[in-house]
Design a protein around this ligand. Sequence first.
Ligand SMILES: Nc1ncnc2c1ncn2[C@@H]1O[C@H](COP(=O)(O)OP(=O)(O)OP(=O)(O)O)[C@@H](O)[C@H]1O
Ligand SMILES: [Mg+2]
Length: 238
Amino acid sequence: MPVISFANAKGGAGKTTAALLLATELAHQGFRVTVIDADPQRWITQWREASGPLHNIDVVSEVTVASLQCHLRELSSRTDFFIIDLAGARDALVTTAIGLSDHVMIPVQGSAMDAKGAAQILDLLSFLKEKANLTIPHSVVLTRVTSMVTTRAMVAIKGLLAARGVNVLSTPIGERIAFKELFETGGTLHTLDPQKVSNIDRARDNARAFADEVRRLMPMKVVRSGTARIFGFGRNAA
Ligand SMILES: Nc1ncnc2c1ncn2[C@@H]1O[C@H](COP(=O)(O)OP(=O)(O)OP(=O)(O)O)[C@@H](O)[C@H]1O
Ligand SMILES: [Mg+2]
């Protein structure tokens, strides 16, 4: 069961949103997903508490450097994908989570500050490779992309990353009301009310394309095993 973490040392890069989109889409597709909420701000935990019963998604809160590996070990038999949401930092928990990941996703917005936060994570990945001989696959996913901002900034960031040999997902995550709305209402793109949230079909298509591309990056084929797992309100597997 792959462990996918979302990291960018800068706050507000879109980590939690991208992590939640991936988690809810994989769960929708029938995979059992455990989200490890390793951000002390606990956005995913709050989303979970607002959501009521959900299929195939469990959230683990109160994660520490010491407990992270135990959570992964203890929950591995009932998890198809682990998704770790990290704080906008470069601290011991971020380093530990990255070290335990099969793939690190680095969300990047089209701004210079974000590129800096991403560079810090890329430096950390290089450090782990040099000092610990640990090669962790990683990709950048462009986030909050609007059609108006196909922009020079985006092209410049892509060029810089390509020069460093970094994989950039071909599916960007768009700037969408529906993605913001998930944190207000809880639930998933499939439980939001299309009468109240505009362009929900496009939002779903975007999340599906993103999740499908992430799945194709995984070294092993993950078999769907979820159908009947429904987790109740406010459950905490810690
Ligand atoms: N694709 C998107 N469409 C619309 N709004 C978005 C999108 N991605 C992020 N946002 C908004 O941008 C803000 C920051 O996003 P998010 O919380 O996902 O970033 P983060 O990297 O997890 O931040 P932090 O470092 O504080 O944990 C939030 O208000 C979120 O709703
Ligand atoms: Mg976050």
